[in-house]
Design a protein. Structure first.
Length: 136
């Protein structure tokens, strides 16, 4: 009788760890771009991409970023301190504070005007000529 071990007859299960996103440093990118720019023969660039495990879109994006950075480095820059960015929340808060201050000032003016009208009514009543109240 042949004994079979059930555990050994099944293939061993291997769970691979989740692959993390690769991050390339600027030095790595420039080294690969230098090699890619040196490729002149047909198939050399493809061999480089396979060896490094890259896609052609990586090279394209890195070249574009390199060219943009070079263009920005050569562009003239405005001298002096950088202007502060105006935050919408700060602007709104300042506007609200200004409006509240203005409202308080108008409220004080209205109260003084009402006091003057009351005094005029009392003076007119003392003189015997009462003023007509226009409020309905």
């Amino acid at each position: 009788m042949i004994e079979t071990n059930h555990a050994s007859s099944r293939p061993e299960v291997q769970v691979r760890a989740k692959r993390t996103r690769r991050i390339f440093t600027a030095a790595q990118k420039t080294a690969v771009l230098r090699e890619a720019d040196a490729c002149t023969k047909p198939g050399e660039l493809g061999a480089l991409l396979r060896r490094e495990g890259l896609y052609s879109s990586h090279i394209h994006d890195w070249r574009r970023a390199r060219d943009n950075a070079a263009r920005e480095a050569l562009a003239p820059r405005k001298r002096g301190p950088k202007p502060k960015k105006v935050d919408a929340v700060d602007t709104r808060d300042k506007r609200i504070a200004d409006l509240e201050r203005e409202l308080a000032k108008e409220r004080d003016r209205r109260e003084r005007a009402e006091a003057v009208v009351e005094i005029q009514k009392k003076v007119a009543a003392l003189l015997g000529r009462p003023l007509q109240d226009e409020t309905p």
